[in-house]
Design a protein around this ligand. Structure first.
Ligand SMILES: CC(C)(COP(=O)(O)OP(=O)(O)OC[C@H]1O[C@@H](n2cnc3c(N)ncnc32)[C@H](O)[C@@H]1OP(=O)(O)O)[C@@H](O)C(=O)NCCC(=O)NCCS
Length: 159
């Protein structure tokens, strides 16, 4: 149960500083790139980052990619009805705020936000098989694993 107000917020200068202080636990470091790297990626075309706030405190971060595949490199079965390909490429909740339901609420809001902002009808997420928290979270929000062949160790799920 979440006893807090969860919000998504654009990444402003001051929020960016707080994002850099977010931490995951030691055993989760293998599952997600450092925020500094993600922030660099966010500057590239078709990438969008978002801060997760709980009671107005920055507690998490998401980065997604949505494109009309101008280069024609994305397999047809991954694109939606408007030929759009959308993937959540980073999603994290700071270790001090995990297991309170914040990830579930924020991910649901993120899916709604991506659909409303970009018109995406299919959203993908890829996660490591042994990242059980991530798999559980994505299934709770309605993502379903596919049998699309991913790099070893990874599962592709869509909603
Ligand atoms: C995955 C992550 C975002 C979940 O955030 P969260 O706020 O703790 O998620 P919630 O509290 O909403 O929990 C969602 C579900 O996952 C489960 N869960 C959360 N952390 C867990 C853990 N460490 N081990 C097992 N299950 C876990 C919860 O129990 C819950 O399921 P339940 O309702 O059936 O009990 C967070 O663990 C995280 O940031 N991990 C590191 C980064 C990462 O792996 N990101 C995903 C890949 S990009």
């Amino acid at each position: 149960m979440v006893a807090t107000t969860v919000q998504l917020h654009e990444v402003t200068r001051s929020i960016e500083k707080s994002l850099l202080a977010l931490e995951v636990s030691e055993d989760q470091k293998a599952f997600i790139a450092p925020i500094e790297q993600s922030a660099k990626l966010a500057a590239s075309v078709d990438h969008f980052q978002i801060a997760i706030l709980a009671d107005e405190v920055v507690v998490g971060y998401a980065l997604y990619f949505t494109t009309l595949d101008r280069a024609g490199k994305i397999p047809q079965q991954l694109k939606d009805s408007a030929s759009r390909y959308t993937e959540i490429v980073r999603f994290l909740v700071d270790r001090h705020f995990q297991r309170r339901g914040i990830g579930t609420v924020a991910l649901g809001m993120l899916v709604d936000h991506i659909r409303a902002t970009h018109g995406a009808t299919k959203i993908w997420m890829s996660y490591r098989k042994r990242n059980t928290a991530s798999g559980k979270l994505f299934r709770k929000v309605g993502f379903r694993d596919t049998d699309v062949q991913e790099e070893q160790e990874f599962v592709l799920a869509g909603v």
